[in-house]
Design a protein around this ligand. Structure first.
Ligand code: BG6
Length: 487
């Protein structure tokens, strides 16, 4: 790590992500005194406007997205004073020169560039920066997903950026890694003695990862259609969660050690084929229904035409290594689910031999379950067996819950936006919570196997009424194995 960057240069600054997440995060970092001294934010977009117009626009966004209790006019004034706006269009060398002039002399003191633009603009933007002399050994570049739409196109994106930046300067964002709860998985696994000895095929029957959303397309039709849930959510967020759950313990908490272990887990994912894809995956698309008591339209209606894009996917994945032999990982994510709920369930195996009841029957004995809720609430629950009080000679067992509410345990602490952590780490040059190129490629390799399998086997999305956990075949996917989704 080096000195923190003195300048943050944001491309795509007039976009939705910048308004909803990036500026509110910068505001919070400033409010907490976490931004470097003499810090400058240079925002850039295609729209022509001056500093004042952009600052006013950001102020409105801060009031809207921070909420009245968090918005403080003094902090907002301090933030506005360090924001500058420079219109820049990729490919316009004159505008890049103007940008360089504005940054005059600052690039040497560390520049963090953040690309919140469509990926097609990543390479041209990097090129523009290079030509304007803005890439120095202390320049860092962060990119939002999607990094490609398959392995081949992700390589193109990475080659484009890689031609101008060393991997140690590239910060690929997966905002799930900025979430406190996702980082807490590391604390749970490696900060406690009791889980790791059981964290393998000997004790674990299967793992479930669910990322459910209640929202539909939210005006993102042009991006989402043709992309779908597999590429939009599984390729990145769900596989990042999976890699943290599945990886071997890294020797230390540093970018190389952590990412080496994650990539090994990702590379051990068993590819699907045209033969196996049917039994191991389900694609769904929502039709009209009700979510949270509200009637909502179907995907095709929102889109205005029929489509083969999936808004839900469920998968049965295998990690072919020593630790996870024979342990299925059931993954599912979708739009218009009954609840916004992200959760990991670790289902343990039954005890080896039951001393209760006849062969364990009739005693109430159940295998243990660990539930890690990532959002909206944060909790960890361990379902354990307990004796039901009473004088019966045959011991009756009942499941009780060891319940740790992290929200309650850390009640005094503000829940941070994932981007606060990520921007801070970008400025500091810490890559631990960013995705390395080989991880992205391992993720796409597995995703491509599923997409190819779907194509070859002619698998199209099955309908599900909005407000359900996907098509009924998603339930069958897990119930065939004698398990069931934790809803
Ligand atoms: C984004 C996806 O990466 O993650 C969206 O493109 C999705 O489709 C979002 O809604 C979910 O993020 P979060 O933080 O709300 O769970």
């Amino acid at each position: 790590m080096t000195d923190p960057s003195a300048t943050f240069l944001l491309f795509g600054a007039t976009g939705d992500l910048a308004h909803r997440m990036i500026f509110p995060s910068l505001y919070n970092l400033l409010a907490d005194g976490l931004l470097p001294e003499d810090f400058m934010i240079v925002a850039s977009g295609r729209t022509e406007m001056d500093d004042e117009a952009f600052r006013a626009d950001i102020d409105k966004a801060l009031q809207k997205f921070l909420g009245a209790d968090r918005y403080d006019a003094d902090v907002a004034t301090r933030l506005r004073a360090i924001i500058f706006y420079q219109p820049v269009e990729a490919g316009n060398a004159a505008q890049f020169r103007k940008l360089a002039k504005r940054l005059d002399g600052r690039a040497e003191r560390g520049l963090s560039v953040y690309l919140s633009t469509p990926p097609s603009l990543f390479a041209p933007t990097a090129q523009g920066l290079a030509e304007a002399g803005l890439i120095t050994p202390t320049t860092r570049i962060a990119m939002e997903k999607p990094i490609g739409k398959d392995l081949a196109s992700s390589k193109e994106v990475n080659n484009g950026i890689g031609a101008l930046f060393d991997e140690s300067q590239i910060f690929r964002v997966d905002h799930y890694l900025g979430k406190e709860t996702v980082q807490n998985l590391l604390a749970l696994r490696f900060g406690n003695v009791m889980f790791e000895p059981l964290w393998n095929a000997t004790a674990i029957d299967h793992v479930q990862i669910t990322v459910g959303e209640t929202v539909g397309l939210e005006g993102r039709v042009s991006y989402y259609d043709g992309v779908g849930a597999l590429r939009d959510m599984v390729q990145n967020h769900v596989l990042q969660i999976l890699s943290i759950i599945a990886m071997e313990p890294p020797a230390r908490m540093d970018p190389t050690a952590v990412r080496d272990e994650k990539v090994k887990a990702l590379r051990s994912l068993r590819p699907l084929t045209a033969e196996t894809v049917k039994a191991n995956s389900v694609r769904g698309q929502y039709t009209p229904g009700a979510v949270g008591g509200e009637i909502v339209t179907g995907y095709a209606d929102e889109l205005g035409k029929p489509s083969d894009t999936e808004t839900f996917v469920a998968l049965k994945a295998h990690i072919d290594n020593w630790r996870w032999q024979g342990v299925p990982f059931y993954l599912r994510t979708g739009k218009r689910m009954p609840a916004r709920q992200s959760e990991i369930q670790i289902q343990f195996k039954p005890v080896r031999h039951s001393i209760f009841g006849r062969d364990g029957h009739g005693s109430g004995l159940e295998p243990n379950t660990l539930i890690i809720r990532l959002q909206p609430e944060e909790f960890i629950q361990l379902l354990i067996m307990s004796k039901r009080p009473g004088l019966e000679r045959d011991v009756r067992l009942e499941e009780v819950t060891l319940d740790v509410s992290l929200t309650a345990a850390f009640a005094g602490q503000r829940r941070r936006i994932a981007y606060e952590r990520l921007i801070l780490d970008l400025l500091a040059g810490d890559q631990t919570l960013f995705v390395r190129r080989d991880e992205v490629e391992a993720q796409w390799t597995w995703i491509d196997s599923i997409i190819d399998g779907w194509k070859e086997a002619g698998i199209k999305p099955s309908p599900y009424a909005a407000g359900n956990w996907g098509p009924s075949s998603a339930i069958a996917l897990i119930e065939r194995d004698g398990a069931s989704w934790h809803d």
